[in-house]
Design a protein around this ligand. Structure first.
Ligand code: AHM
Ligand code: MG
Length: 334
């Protein structure tokens, strides 16, 4: 019989490999695992209780807020406060970052950035949604309040990133910069169990994932690349939930694109909460993540909490090919 390795066990064992590890990141990741279980419970009964639908407000980026967005945000904040390892949270659902109250005898070293419920327009129709998170070491003096500089760090400075996909099963995928591992929630024991060890994405694949409805609003070079995907008979899959779309290409190979459109000249997805954590995971799995103007996502300067970015990420050979299209066709414009 194969031994079950739970998420808690795995992160504790992984921590022991590093002599200087203090266990604080381990405890923080466990807090996130707990939040994921609570959100999962609520997502799963979403049709049964009065938690579906719009909250009636808009978030800072003007998106309509779903009740479950707020619930997931609250649970994330609550759980991250348990171990006392996290001193501040910036969330897609919060206008400003918040400071967490200190836990006695604890020196909180980390800040967390999160999209607590990504793809929330899918909730009411029973389609997969996700949670995305990134973890940074705080830069400011630990004896003072958390500062914006603690959050406005480049993606390369992240110490860990992950996502949870609430799909046909619930899976938590994370990296601390030494590969990517996936844990499926076993509802019978209420534990995330190691199910996908050392995930490596295929160098290429048959899927492309883009909102083709915006085709005419994309720049010429992006349109030419999308035409090319179609010429190759690649399969178009677009769930409208980034976590789900990326999860597919992590395992089956492919490319995910959210370029600039006329409505979203800087792109729609948020650099801090969505692009950077997913870019770290993709790179750790052997993929590539760049902007539509071909900069490495993780190298982008983060100037504001809700900054947006264009993004193209996925199998390395496919991203390289997209880069060649952009170089070729952008040279012909103007
Ligand atoms: P959200 O965080 O408000 O749910 O928005 C992010 C989502 C992504 O998951 C998805 O890739 C994208 O928005 C879909 O946007 P569009 O409907 O414009 O294609
Ligand atoms: Mg979201």
């Amino acid at each position: 019989m194969t031994k079950i390795v739970t998420l808690d066990e795995f992160i504790i064992t992984s921590q022991k490999k590093y002599n200087d590890a203090t266990g604080s990141l381990t405890r923080l990741l466990r807090d996130i695992g707990l939040a994921a279980k609570i959100v999962n419970r609520e997502v799963n009964k979403a049709g049964l209780v009065n938690i579906l639908g719009l909250d009636g407000s808009e978030n800072i980026t003007g998106d309509e807020v779903q009740k479950l967005d707020i619930y997931a945000n609250e649970k994330m904040i609550e759980c991250l406060g348990y171990s006392g390892e996290c001193c501040g949270i910036a969330s897609e659902e919060l206008e400003e970052f918040i400071e967490l109250p200190p836990v006695p005898s604890k020196k909180a070293e980390y800040v967390v950035v999160t999209d607590p419920l990504d793809g929330s327009s899918n909730i009411d129709v029973n389609v997969s949604v996700g949670t995305i998170f990134g973890i940074y070491k705080r830069l400011s003096d630990p004896s003072g309040p958390v500062q914006s500089e603690d959050f406005l760090q480049k993606g390369t400075e992240m110490v860990a990133a992950g996502y949870v996909l609430y799909g046909t099963s619930t899976i938590l995928v994370y990296t601390t910069g030494n590969g990517v591992n996936g844990f499926t929630l076993d509802p019978t024991i209420g534990e995330f169990c190691l199910s996908h060890k050392d995930i490596k994405m295929p160098n290429s694949g048959n899927y492309y994932s883009v909102n083709q409805g915006y085709y005419l609003k994309f720049d010429l070079e992006m349109r030419r690349y999308i035409d090319h995907c179609s010429d190759l008979n690649l399969r178009l899959r677009y769930i409208g939930s980034m976590v789900s779309d990326i999860h597919r290409i992590m395992f089956q190979g492919g490319i995910f694109l959210y370029p600039n459109t006329r409505k979203y000249p800087q792109g729609k997805l948020r650099l801090l909460y969505e692009c950077n954590p997913m870019a770290m995971i993709i790179e750790q799995a052997g993929g590539r993540a760049v902007t539509a103007t071909l900069e490495r996502v993780l190298d982008l300067e983060v100037k504001s909490l809700h900054q947006k970015a264009t993004i193209v990420m996925g199998s390395p050979d496919m991203v390289d090919e997209m880069i060649r299209f952009v170089e070729k066709y952008s040279a012909t414009v103007g």
